[in-house]
Design a protein around this ligand. Sequence first.
Ligand SMILES: O=C(O)[C@H](O)CO
Length: 378
Amino acid sequence: MDPYPWETHHPEGKFRVVVTQTLPGQRWIEILTTADCRIEVCRTQHALDSQSIRAAIGDRCDGAIGQITESWDAAIFDAMKAAGVSAYSNYAVGYNNVDLGAASRAGIPVGNTPGVLTETTAEMAVALTFAAARRVGEAERFLRGGRFAGMRPDLLLGTRLHGKILGIIGAGRIGSAYARMMVQGHGMQVIYHSRSANPGLESFVADYNRFRVSQNLSPVSCHRADSLETLLESADCVSVHTILDESTRHLLDARRLGLMKADAILVNTSRGPVVDEAALVDHCRRHPGFRAGLDVFEHEPDMAAGLAELDNVVIVPHIGSATRWAREGMATLAACNVAGILCGYPLWRQTDILPFLEGNPPQAVPSIVNARELEMLP
Ligand SMILES: O=C(O)[C@H](O)CO
């Protein structure tokens, strides 16, 4: 017997679409309904395993929307191909949980949800940066624990970040948005590590410097690091925004953590396995002045032994994109990816996906990550 409760919308729909967890808002349901989809939503709080997803796909299915907490492996894509699935979307911008090669071999387009969660996730990185720098978690525990006996000149002294050096690992959409917030808001000097130079970010800082100079403020710098090691050695705060793949797994290991300043701050809102979490626990224990702000963990929902007990670590449960606007927008984009493919729409050729978020969405498919492999590009 199926252990999960399912809910169906538009049961008479022509296309059968499986959604492995309920999504926020109603608009995604309207979009799929307008595309004549029968929508079957699993009402579980837990990630489905491969076998449960295959069972849900069954003998006939046209589309699916899945979660980053699920592993969309080759067995699933084979089952999807056999069932006639022609569209899948991850409910996320990242897709490290998807076997993209298997999806492409099965001829199934894989959608993601870029653009809508950029500022929201960058805001969480900012929040964690200052929570770590100003010891917010520790201070709240102190207060709630009844230990506050009045303001004291030396109570819970933190780190001032204004004008200091900010290291960005992965200067893509979210990393750049975070950099802009920290430059404009806090006059930080940026050094970034990325596969290629980011002229957009550099020219943003150059333009902003014209304003600073007009205000008699000294300009801030922004340049690409010669190496990750240089960035780690020089930055006062390092924020991780890279994708997770085999080249970035444990990118920050014990050796590289050891290169960072003893009182530096490390923020991770990308993917947990980019940081060797056991090594981080050890590093934080040995350097009480070092601080970390983490939204993601190596083996979610678990944490490395000892991490939750560390006073110099601030932790939140993978809520980087968790504003209602962003999460409803992600649902809209995922629905548009699936509905667009099923309706035979072309790929959206612009980088701005905001037109999908209001009114009637464009008759296009917002974002397919294996479009090139599937020769969907003109
Ligand atoms: O990749 C993403 O979109 C996030 O991690 C999920 O919120």
